[in-house]
Design a binder for this molecule. Structure first.
Ligand code: LLP
Length: 422
């Protein structure tokens, strides 16, 4: 069994006892299981292998916004993954981890000139274009550089998908993609552009989408539009069908991948295009946890607080999305249960990981993990309250390595400048 499991009464990540990591690296620290990440990639790729013909396998482009640590990228690159990026920073990370530029797709509503230029220079697979002004800009930059840009247009299918309104991306009111009406205009425009190859469409309807019917509906919409665009005389040779697959935070249902893959085979495959997917959270989310230590047990007349050394600057999802994350004691897991609010040290009431959660009784110095933190955890961390970014550790079997050092106070302060005139 890989991931976070109890062995001899102590919570482990794969074969490494978490207290060993805490003792060596200190807390708070993100801990990831390489074996879990590999298993997730293989499960998704395997479902596609089962459903689609061998010659029509999709390119899985890991959406590295979920977790862009170089070591995590390397694990996925070694499994055969491509990469989806949303910034020049992610491009540099991808290249540093060994991804071939030809297996990188670039999305994002606000691609900057410099980012477009670097992507063209490195020769990425495609730009997923999100607006007509962006298309004009890519044409201008590509012309200047005498390069030709392969693009697909991101369709805004006007469907509602996703676990929270802040991560739903496919509704007409969302800033993402191009409406069905304007997609035709985009292909017309591209036809007259000297340095643009318009190759197809992309779509990403949201995150934590757990019903296969939502994908089925979106695929049908996409297929209908492909047919109409072809009828209008444009070639479509690539379809990027996005990511958004759910993980377990509490008691959610996972997506039925076999059913998903069958819909891809039934609706998308017959269109005869290259197929691209952009899974993020699913590959890394459940394989990571934030390991933390209890600073104080604070008892009040209203409730009891576990004040831990991790805070909203380390993991912002509960604060930002009211997200549920499981919390577990690392040792003494059979102790009598008590009800706690689990909070961080930051000066905001929103710095709360859970309210009225039943946990084994804990004391100062005890360790706990906040689970399902491998995706959108570290990468959304900040220096709020001048707290250093936490360390990250990768476990593989019985070995572990610090894959990002804890930030030092000096590193944070060094960037500030006191003007001479003060
Ligand atoms: N492709 C595009 C174009 C995206 O915008 C995203 C995520 C993905 C792929 C990957 O989606 P995934 O498979 O991870 O669901 N910070 C939020 C999630 C934001 C997702 C943004 N876009 C959270 O913590 O829940």
């Amino acid at each position: 069994m890989v991931g976070f499991v109890e062995k001899n009464g102590v919570l482990h990540c794969d074969d490494v006892a978490l207290p060993v990591i805490a003792a060596e690296v200190d807390t708070p620290v993100y801990v990831y299981s390489a074996a879990h990440i590999r298993a997730q990639y293989d499960a998704l790729a395997g479902a596609m292998v089962k459903a689609l013909p061998e010659t029509r396998q999709p390119m899985l482009c890991y959406a590295c916004k979920a977790n862009s640590n170089l070591a995590v990228l390397k694990v996925l690159q070694a499994q055969g993954s491509g990469l989806e990026i949303v910034s020049e920073g992610e491009l540099h990370r991808g290249l540093a981890a060994g991804f071939d530029a030809g297996r990188i797709v670039a999305t994002g509503v606000g691609k900057q000139d410099s980012e477009i230029a670097v992507c063209l220079d490195k020769g990425i697979h495609q730009f997923n274009v999100e607006s007509l002004p962006e298309l004009e800009n890519i044409q201008a930059i590509a012309a200047q550089m005498d390069k030709s840009a392969d693009v697909v247009f991101r369709l805004n299918p006007n469907v509602s998908g996703g676990g929270h309104h802040k991560i739903s991306t496919g509704r007409a009111r969302d800033k993402f993609g191009i409406s069905v009406e304007r997609i035709f205009e985009a292909f017309e425009m591209a036809q007259g552009m000297s340095h643009i190859n318009a190759l197809g469409l992309s779509m990403h309807i949201g995150s934590q989408v757990s019903t296969v019917e939502t994908f089925e509906d979106a695929f049908k919409k996409l297929a209908g539009i492909v047919t109409d665009i072809r009828a209008a005389g444009h070639e479509i040779t690539r379809l990027d069908i996005g990511g958004g697959f759910p993980i377990i935070y509490n008691e959610e249902d996972l997506l039925d991948f076999d059913a998903y893959a069958n819909w891809v085979n039934e609706i998308i495959e017959p269109l005869g295009t290259e197929i691209i997917m952009e899974p993020g959270r699913y590959l890394v989310g459940n394989g990571g946890a934030l390991l933390t230590e209890v600073l104080y047990v604070k008892e009040t007349s209203d409730r009891d607080f576990l004040v831990i050394d991790a805070a909203m600057n380390d993991l912002i999802r509960p604060t930002l999305y009211d997200a549920y994350h499981g919390i577990e004691a690392v040792e003494n897991r059979d102790a009598q249960e008590r009800v706690y609010d689990v909070v961080g040290p930051i000066c905001e009431t929103g710095d709360t990981f859970s309210q009225e959660r039943s946990l084994p009784e804990m004391a100062r110095g005890d360790l706990a993990v906040i689970k399902s933190a491998g995706a959108y955890g570290f990468c959304m961390a900040s220096n709020y309250n001048t707290r250093p970014l936490p360390a990250e550790v990768l476990v593989d079997g019985d070995q572990f390595t610090v894959i990002r050092k804890r930030q030092t106070y000096q590193e944070i302060i060094d960037k500030d400048i006191i003007p001479e005139w003060l």
